[in-house]
Structures are given as structure tokens and as C-alpha cells.
Design a protein around this ligand. Sequence first.
Ligand code: BG6
Length: 616
Amino acid sequence: MNLIREIMCGIFGIVFGTRNTDLGKILLEAGRRLVYRGYDSVGVGVVDGKSTDLRKDAGTIEQVSLDHQFTEIGGERGIIQLRWATFGRPSRRNAQPHYDCDEDMIGAHNGNIVNCTQLKNLYKSEGHKVRGWNDGEMVVHTVEKYYDNNGGDLKAAIMRGDQDLHGDYAFVITTVHSNEIFAVKRGSSLYIGVGEDFICCSSDLPSILPLTKMILPLIDGECVRFDSDKYEIFSIVDGKEISRKPKESELDPETANKGGFDHFMLKEINDQPKRAEMLLQTLEESDFVDNFIERIAEARRTFMVACGSSLNAAITGSYFFNKFSGLPVIPVIAGQFIDNYGYSITDEDCVIFISQSGETKDVINGLNFLRKTEKGTLLGILNVLGSTLMLNTDAYLPLVCDLEISVPATKTFMNQVILLYYVALKLGKLTGRLTAKRSRELTRELHTLPHLLARTIEHVEPKVKKLAKKLHGTQDCYCLGYGVCHGIALEGALKIKEITYVHCEGMYSSEFKHGPLSIVTKDYPIIFITTPEDTYMIVSHMNEVSCREGRVIVISEDSRSLRVNSHHYIATPRAGPNLSPLINIVPVQLLAYFWATANGIDPDYPRNLSKTLTVD
Ligand code: BG6
């Protein structure tokens, strides 16, 4: 759970001395710099003279800000909040910020108020106008209750109200009656930024640094009140003033947005453990999964349709469906789907469209073809909520990766593979291929993956960096995988092609001897992605290369027999036969990343490529 709390949601608040006609634009830009924290709804609340304005909804920040004209908003002070749903589903009512009963107080929080339900029932019984299920709304009603009873002393109301709130959180609140914002830190991160003609606060630095580098982190148990040119920090418990000065931050906005990593790609690789944790928690808690799985179980045939990394995830997923559920789930290149399978689809068939953007034209073409013929059950696996794919399928499952900025897919690929693995386990229980006990054991084992991924990143990074330097100058290579590692080898080849500009072909390792072996000359590099369980097959494939003086590079869980048969060996931590293939994804991604940077290439924006291709 800790992994989750660190990164979900985000709040930002700012106070100007006079009315600022760009207040909405400033809040929107600050919100954009918090999207990496994960969210599914967003809103802004401002005070403009003696009036308030609150605009919010479920969906992406780009869509919601467009629908509700954030950029038209002016005022002296305001709050933006990006919410990742825990209490109360993603909806306009549950989106933040929130009003108090008579709409002259606006507040938002980040984190969890664990006694949310009790407070909701209490305030309803006391006649409060409770509009939704979100715990952030209970914070506002709590402060309002004491504010109204103490004659409008906001500081005293916050100190008293804080005693009624249980959990880890940070919250920001303001009213039309004073030109200040108050911000409380109780377990979730909160920073103050001191500018020339404003003061602001935020969950994280990327939203503050573009405005000012004068930063003052808050400490748990502290509250700060600020207007446009002065601030006061005090203890939330006894109100005693705390004096602390802001310091100039060395971080530049871009780096801060990259969380201190040199590139978004490396940040997103390192984000994988948290995103995997969030996905598994979401899948465990959501009631969408059963509906999604039942549709596959009932189908005569099931296909997966995708492009690029998403296709490699589908190829890997088909292995899991065969192994765990005993069902053939056929991966198909999206561009081929209509010509090779489209006309054969009947109402008894199920087609799973996999696309992190949910907008890839090749994928949407297949989706629209079936929507027109009205054939088949249409399912989606996607990352971007509100995308065309999400809005046009009978059911979908989210990847919960939030924004993936780097063009080469990493965390979304990882979560696609994890999601397909999870679905295959649950499906296996339905088809009877797995006993309920075995399905539970395997699901429990899958929950150890996020921490295994974190250990793998730390363990392999230095070794992969060295290997990338050895491969510098290579112009051509292959990346081979057997069994479940075939899809991962294809992904490795794609990553190398995408960001090092080296030609790398991915292939099933047993297929290599049927022709491509002719490419091998002295020192020609062949990368094998494998597991100790496949040693029996893969060692002969390796020796077919090394006996012709080719260079054998192996990525796998630590294994003596693989090590002795390779020229370069990247051993991953012990993870067992089920999870070690997924663990192999990390060194594959890091190898491409360090190889690209060794080639002086920016992996985030490789030439000719785009994150989403909405053209044929
Ligand atoms: C390509 C991207 O344009 O589209 C790849 O460069 C990606 O990284 C592919 O895997 C498919 O994208 P999506 O959004 O359909 O998963």
C-alpha cells in the first residue's frame, strides 16, 4: 500500500495579490505537471472577488480542461486537484476540489481519510449538504463545521477539524472571506513556493519549479497560511509559529518532471514497480475483471489485436492463456486483422484490442470494422481513459500507468504483460485448468512481482550499462527468445531498433537455424532472452551461434549452465519459472536505454517515431 500512497493524486494552490486573468491557465499548467502521479479526474476551484467558481469532471486533464474552459478562468487565488479514485468512483461529483454547504469555501486533499464513511454519515445527520462519496469533501465539511461555530476563525477551525481526520493526507483550503490559502501536511508530500508576486503550494516540485525556485518543504504536523506576499507556518496541534526560510532549489523544472532521471524513459522504467503494484491492486479491487473474463470464457474464439510493444505484450499473453487457462487466444497484427480474420468474426467470437493510447489507427480500424458489422464481443486493454478504444468497447481494463511520456513504451508494456498474466490466471479458474487453490497461489506469487522488479532494476543496471558500452558500434544483431520469452525478445528487438537505430531482428530462437543463421560471422552479436527452465532447448541454439564464432549474450535468471555457454551474461535475481520471464523485461529495456544514450541518442524522442500513430 505504501507504494500507492506515495504517488496517487496531486494538489496545487496559488495566491496572487490582485485578480489574475490567467489564473485558470496557470492552474492547468501546474496540473499538467502532476499527471505523472496518477489520476482519473481533475478540477479547479477559484475565488474571484467575492464569488467562487468550481469546475471539475472525470477524465483526462486535456479533455476536462477543454470541456470546462479552464483557460477562461480568472481570480485572485485557486486550487487544482488531480484525483486517483480510492473512496468513490471517478465521477464529476467525486472529483475535487469540493465546496462546503453554501459554496463559499473550497478545498481539496491528497491521500486517504480513512474515517471518510463515518464522517459522511455524521455530516449528513447534522444536515450538511454532502454531494458525493469522496473523502476530500469530508475534509471541507469538517473545517466548515468548526469555522461556522467559531465565528469565522479559519486557523482555529483547521486545527480543531484536523483532530477529526484520520489517515495520511495533505489538504489545501480557502474561503471567499479571507485572501489566504491554508495548507496542511499530514503524511502526504507538500511544498511551498515563494514567488515575486505570488505564493503557491503543491504535492510536488514539477508544478512549482517553472514558477519559482524558492522552495520550502513542509513537515508532517505543520500547517501554512499564505497570501500573495507572506506566509506563516504553525503547528497543527498547538498553533505555535514555526520559522523556516525557503531555499533555492538546484533542480531544473524538466529534471524535476523527470524525477531526477536523465530521461523520461529511465524514469518510467523505474516507475514500473509502483505501477505494477497499482495495477494489481486495481485489478483485485475492481468488479470489472470478472465481466471481462466471462466474455472470453464464453467465446468460441478469442483474438488479441495490437501494434508495436502492445503486440509483443499480446504475443507474450497468448503464452499465458495457453499455459494457465488452456485456451488459444490468438495475437494478430492490427493492420492484418480485417484481411486475415475480420470477415470470419461471428457473434460468438471475442476480440481484445490492446493499445496504451487507445487511439492507434491500425487498432481503431479493426474496432470500427467490427462495430460496423456488429459482430463479436469487443474488449479493450488501454492506458488512456477517455480514449476512442475505451469509449467503444463492451468492456475494458485499464493499465493504471498514467501518462507515459517517452515514445518507447516501457511501463505500459510491463503492465500489459502483467494484466494478461492476471486475466489468464483468473480465466484458468473458470475453465477448470487451474484449481481455485492453484489460481490463488499463482495470483499471490504475482503480487510479489513489484518488489522483484524494484530489486531487478537495482541489481542489473550496472551490469547492463557495461554491456551497452561493449555493444557500442554494433550495427546489426538479433534478439532471440524461446517459449514465453519469445514476445519479450521481440520487445527487446523493438526497443533496440526504436532508440539505438541499430538493426535488431527479434525471432523465435528455434527458428533462427532455418535461414537467419547464415548472418553469423565472427563476433556477430546474438542476444538470447531465456529462463533456466528453457536451458535444454536454448543451449543448443546458443551453441549453433558460438560454434560459428558468433557472440552469445544471455539475459536470464541466474543459471550456471547458461552462464558457461555465453560470452556476456546478465543474471537477474531469482524469481522462479513463472515470473522470471517478466523480470527479463527490465534488463531488456535498460540495455536499449543505455545503448541509445551511449550512441548519443535521446531515447524519449527517437527520430521518425511518435508516441501514438493516428494515421494508417
Ligand atoms: C507506436 C509507438 O507508434 O505505437 C510504440 O512508437 C507503440 O511505442 C505502438 O507500442 C502502439 O501504440 P499503442 O498506443 O497502440 O499501444
